[in-house]
Ligand binder design. Structure first.
Ligand code: PNS
Length: 177
């Protein structure tokens, strides 16, 4: 039976959504996107229009542009934006999986709450957690924004393009420095 499935190929394509704020995308996000692209037939990186988080450093268009540029080499990865409930969006894109990264134990509580709530909201969508490489386990967009704000080094934390955009943003916000 398994041999037959392997011979004919899988009929069912598994589409996963990797949601987040991506303000901005970091090397940790890209590590997870690469891992997800190997596991799923299609991976949609979905930027949330998240009014709860207040104003973002980068607007949606800028985040879309950076993510598109940084993921162009992975052919089964696409970039999109969404608002409203994540599970509603996932179903609208025929996705059955929500992919989330867990870096450390501290992430677990929030991720557990979100995964269980999403399951309650729609049982057709399953959350799958993956671990980024250890070297990114302390990395977050918030910390990257903070380092950029104080002019610290960003090499290895974000792609060069993102570093340039961050420096421009900080410069534009503090033209006297
Ligand atoms: O990068 P983030 O900020 O950790 O991403 C959080 C995000 C965008 C995935 C989460 O806030 C979300 O799914 N928002 C959509 C609204 C929603 O569905 N809320 C109920 C899930 S508990």
């Amino acid at each position: 039976m398994l041999r037959e499935v392997a011979r004919r190929g899988r009929l069912k394509q598994i589409i996963a959504i990797y949601p987040g704020s991506f303000d901005p995308v970091t090397n940790g996000h890209l590590d997870l996107i690469q891992r997800g692209s190997k596991l799923f037939d299609g991976l949609i990186v979905a930027i949330a229009r998240n009014p709860e988080k207040g104003s973002a450093l980068f607007d949606l268009e800028e985040r879309l542009e950076m993510l598109r540029a940084m993921t162009a080499e992975w052919k089964n990865v696409s970039i999109d934006t969404f608002d409203g409930l994540l599970v509603t969006y996932a179903v609208s894109r025929n996705a059955t999986v929500v992919l989330r990264g867990i870096r450390a134990v501290s992430d677990y509580e929030f991720e557990l709450q979100m995964a269980l709530m999403n399951r309650k909201l729609d049982q057709r969508v399953e959350t799958i957690f993956m671990l980024p490489a250890e070297k990114y386990s302390y990395l977050s967009s918030r910390i990257v924004r903070e380092i950029a704000y104080f002019g610290g080094p960003l090499a290895g934390l974000v792609p060069e393009l993102v570093e340039q955009k961050l420096r421009q943003k900080v410069q534009a916000k503090n033209p006297d420095t």
